[in-house]
Design a protein around this ligand. Structure first.
Ligand code: DAT
Ligand code: MG
Length: 134
C-alpha cells in the first residue's frame, strides 16, 4: 500500500490547525501510520529542501521551516501521494482550489501550512528521513 510523508508546517502548528488538518485526511479512507512533533534542525531542513538549493527563496524557506515545531506524519492508502496533493492544494494558497488545506489554512506561498511528498521515490526518501525506524 502506498505511503506519503505529510507534514504540518510551523504556521499550521502555531495557528492551532493540527487537529483540523489531520481531520481532512481522516475524512478520506487513509490510515495514519506514524506521527511526531519536533523542530527541524538547519541540516535536516536543507536536506528536505535540497531540490530548491539554487532558488532565491531557499534561505527564507529554511528559516521558516526551522522556526518552530512541525508535525510530520506517514499516511497510507490507495494512490495517497497524488490524492494528498489534491487535498493539499497548489503551492500558493491564494491560487489553491476551494476547500483545499492550503486554501483554508495557508497564508502565502511560503507559509502554506503543509507539505506532501510529490512522488513514490521522494515519499520513500522523506519517510526514511523523518521516521528512520519505519
Ligand atoms: P510544494 O510544497 O507545493 O511541493 P515546491 O516543492 O515547489 O512546492 O516548493 C517547496 C516549498 O518551497 C513550498 O511549499 C513553499 C516554498 N516555495 C515554493 N515556491 C516559492 C516561492 N516562489 N517563494 C517562496 N517560497 C516558495
Ligand atoms: Mg514539493
Amino acid at each position: 500500500m502506498e505511503q506519503s510523508l505529510i507534514m504540518i508546517k510551523p504556521d499550521g502548528v502555531k495557528q492551532g490547525n493540527i487537529g483540523q488538518i489531520i481531520h481532512r485526511f481522516e475524512q478520506h479512507d487513509y490510515q495514519l501510520r506514524a506521527i511526531k512533533m519536533f523542530t527541524m534542525s538547519q541540516e535536516l531542513a536543507k536536506q528536505h529542501y535540497a531540490a530548491h538549493k539554487q532558488k532565491d527563496f531557499f534561505d527564507d524557506l529554511v528559516a521558516f521551516i526551522t522556526s518552530g515545531p512541525v508535525v510530520p506524519m506517514v499516511w497510507q492508502g490507495t494512490d495517497i501521494i497524488a490524492s494528498a496533493r489534491d487535498i493539499i492544494g497548489t503551492t500558493d494558497p491564494k491560487a489553491a482550489k476551494l476547500n483545499t488545506i492550503r486554501a483554508d489554512f495557508g497564508t502565502d506561498v511560503r507559509h502554506n501550512a503543509i507539505h506532501g511528498s510529490d512522488s513514490v521515490e521522494n515519499a520513500k526518501i522523506e519517510i526514511a528521513r523523518f521516521f528512520p525506524d519505519m
